[in-house]
Write a protein that binds this ligand. Structure first.
Ligand SMILES: *[C@@H]1O[C@H](CO)[C@@H](O)[C@H](O)[C@H]1NC(C)=O
Ligand SMILES: *[C@@H]1O[C@H](CO)[C@@H](O)[C@H](O)[C@H]1NC(C)=O
Ligand SMILES: *[C@@H]1O[C@H](CO)[C@@H](O)[C@H](O)[C@H]1NC(C)=O
Length: 479
């Protein structure tokens, strides 16, 4: 309370408001959970349309089945995994096919959600989770937000996504897989924060360092012209061309095989990138999963403008937590690096503010608090009582996690046991025995598994998710 009051006072007095809002750490404390005010606002912004449309109805949820056409093409069944929360237990009403289960995105999300459900009782809810990189194009967007018209012919529905533009009706959630699953996950890096801090600012090389895989999503070509009049272009392709303008201080290169193309850089483990004083971050297909980790490293983050957002980006202010680039002209990164070289103390202050923010607001407890708050807000807008009896598939999440943990292929995608040992699995619920390991294995084998919970006929052709070939053609066209 005293801290909150002090916070309000600081806000009244003006000054570095964005940074002062960071002071009260997020997380769960004696039953209630505290979130950074900007993260709370983000949640409210994302669920506002549910009020405008009159809440979450059974018809709205059943319509999610229409995401796939009759032939279940273009991996549409990966784009929206359906889930139910009932009496505090989570159920899966559709699945990712086997080929998509290995990577940690889905499993990381499931673990984080399971953990959130064990820390506090979550309200009844049905929703979907977006398993693709980006939840803005083409299906989950508004064509007219004021009239609540969505591109998807089945109408808008609650869907969680880790990356979106403001044109999407999705609700943002953490990229949990990157936060908790990989060797160089955010959680592992946070655990080794003292080690990361051991490289003092003045020993860090005065170099803007950037490494990435050459993903240029179609959306980067659709952005508005920059104030300089230049058309926006893919930062991952463009920024390396700027090295020559400041060769002593810029080392920005894509990774991977040369293929006769421009020079390619050798990778540097994230844990060692704090050797550089400035780190350049760019989005790929979706928001960069490295960005969260860059904030932790204690170097100045220079971030290329993007129409895509992650769940906490509203809490970050330019020039307070990071420096933007490609926001004024394509080549403005050169000015940003020069500014940082000439304003070393200010650059260090921005780097420290980023690190403080990441430490206080992006740790696991804070993320669980975010999930809980979002789900509670969505739950308040439920207009019906969900029931497994009304859905074709209803696998308890605990059962599914046990299956994953017992299957060598998935057992090491994320730290499953860490959660299963701590919270256990309730085996007394009626659906528990309905899905044996053999049953689940069988379901996963079908790459087109898609239980339909609606009587409305599906479209004959899939209009929403272009296949690889079409996507490549679109991209060439836009270039
Ligand atoms: C469900 O989809 C049908 C078919 O497009 C549409 O007519 C109906 O309005 C949708 N219902 C909701 C609740 O969005
Ligand atoms: C771009 O970023 C710079 C550095 O923070 C800032 O001074 C400038 O106002 C920004 N320009 C736009 C158009 O947002
Ligand atoms: C599930 O199966 C086990 C072993 O066959 C049995 O002991 C248990 O009572 C069953 N649980 C339910 C809820 O039916």
């Amino acid at each position: 309370m005293a801290m909150l009051f002090a916070l309000a006072l600081v806000a009244l007095l003006g000054g570095a408001i964005a940074a002062s809002e960071d002071d009260v750490a997020s997380g769960v404390c004696s039953g209630s959970c505290h979130l950074h005010p900007k993260l709370r606002e983000r949640i409210q912004k994302d669920v506002a349309w549910l009020d405008d449309i009159g809440g979450i109805t059974d018809a709205m949820i059943r319509n999610i089945s229409l995401v796939c056409d009759v032939n279940i093409r273009h991996q549409c069944n990966v784009q929206a995994t359906r889930m139910m929360i009932k009496d505090g237990e989570i159920y899966l009403n559709s699945l990712h096919p086997e080929w998509r289960l290995g990577p940690h995105e889905f499993i990381g999300f499931l673990l984080e959600l399971y953990e959130a459900s064990k820390i506090s009782k979550l309200p009844d809810l049905e929703f979907a989770w977006n398993g693709n990189d980006d939840a803005a194009d083409p299906a989950f967007t508004w064509t007219n937000r004021a009239k609540l018209e969505a591109r998807f012919h089945g109408g808008p529905f609650p869907i969680l996504a880790w990356s979106k533009s403001e044109r999407s009706f999705a609700s943002l959630v953490p990229y949990s897989g990157a936060f908790r699953c990989s060797e160089d996950s955010f959680d592992n890096m946070l655990h080794r924060l003292e080690e990361l801090k051991r490289v003092p600012w003045h020993e860090r090389k005065k170099v803007a360092f950037g490494r990435w895989n050459m993903f240029c999503a179609t959306y980067t070509y659709g952005q508005e012209a920059l104030p300089s009049g230049e058309l926006y272009t893919c930062p991952r392709a463009y920024l390396p061309s700027q090295n020559v303008k400041l060769p002593e201080h810029m080392d920005i290169l894509p990774l991977g095989a040369a293929n006769g193309g421009p020079a390619r850089g050798t990778p540097v483990p994230l844990f060692h990138q704090n050797a550089y004083r400035y780190l350049v971050s760019t989005d790929g297909w979706a928001v960069s999963s490295k960005f969260d980790k860059y904030l932790l490293l204690g170097s100045l983050v220079i971030k290329a403008a993007s129409s895509r957002k992650g769940y906490y980006y509203d809490a970050l202010a330019p020039d307070v937590h990071f420096l933007p680039c490609m926001n004024q002209s394509l080549g403005d990164i050169v000015e940003r690096v020069k500014w940082a070289l000439e304003h070393d103390a200010e650059a260090q202050k921005i780097a420290e503010a980023a690190q403080t923010f990441a430490v206080k607001h992006l740790h696991r407890g804070a993320r669980l608090c975010y999930y809980r708050t979002l789900i509670e807000e969505m739950g308040k807008r439920m207009k019906f009582t969900p029931d497994c009896a009304n859905r074709k598939l209803c696998i308890p999440l605990g059962r599914f996690l046990e299956f994953l943990a017992g299957t060598p292929r998935y057992a090491h995608s994320c730290r499953l046991q860490e959660v299963l040992i701590r919270y256990g699995v309730d085996r007394s619920m009626p659906q528990y025995n309905a899905s044996s390991d053999a049953d689940i294995t069988e379901l996963l084998k079908d790459p087109k598994h898609w239980p339909r919970d609606t009587d409305i006929p599906s479209l004959r052709h899939e209009p929403y998710f272009p296949g690889r070939a079409r996507r490549a053609r679109q991209q060439r066209h836009r270039q």
